[in-house]
Write a protein that binds this ligand. Sequence first.
Ligand code: ADP
Length: 245
Amino acid sequence: MSEKILEIENLTVNFDGFKALNNLNFHLNKGELRVIIGPNGAGKTTFLDVITGKVQPTQGRVLFKGKNLKKSPEYKIARLGIGRKFQTPRVYLNLTVKENLDLVTNKNKNVISTLFSKPKKEEKTSVLSLLETIGLSTKAHLKAALLSHGEKQRLEIGMLVAQSPDLLLVDEPVAGLTDEETENVGNLLIALAESHSIIVIEHDMEFVRQIAKQVTVLHQGTVLCEGVMDEVQNDPRVIEVYLGQ
Ligand code: ADP
């Protein structure tokens, strides 16, 4: 049986009487790439907020690598190995691409010492291979401010990966990207899925089709259905929910 990296049991989140999540059950196997879709207000962001400890569940529990995350603060959950990529890129615009990666690779040092000390050999190798993975080797010495939106997204994904998370949560990584940039981000996520467990929230159905093997549809705070893309997009319940928007 596949090892579960994330198990979510009977999760409910109540905001002043409104159930943003309602008795939601979900699991992700180790090494799986799952895309979560659902209409606006379905509870997708709240779902990620609970996993990362930003929002506490009213009921139910979240187990990560078998450990109950109950009441764990965000920084502790991040340290346990959950990395989150928000929709807008959060990179240091005045630093070069490589310096951005150096910073997170040396996360136990302070910013100044990272920028002025020589990185160890293994840190150098990992940054170089990461630059290659994210397709930014030729732009390593360019200030991040000069990157396109799609390149910034890839850089931030690289910064997350540099922190060696076991689970990557990626929120709408291709909103506002060109077709080519969208495809690049998709290929990056597919490559990363060979060595990481990943959950992606996405609206762009072409992109979902590009990257997803398994799709989970959320609606009204719970799982409406799950399956491969072809099954899901032909499911009458999904069609009704999307047409009803
Ligand atoms: P999605 O990301 O799928 O669009 P959200 O998780 O952002 O959905 O929101 C789910 C529902 O919960 C929405 O109806 C939203 O208005 C509501 N909601 C989200 N956060 C809060 C909050 N802090 N207080 C009250 N209602 C909230």
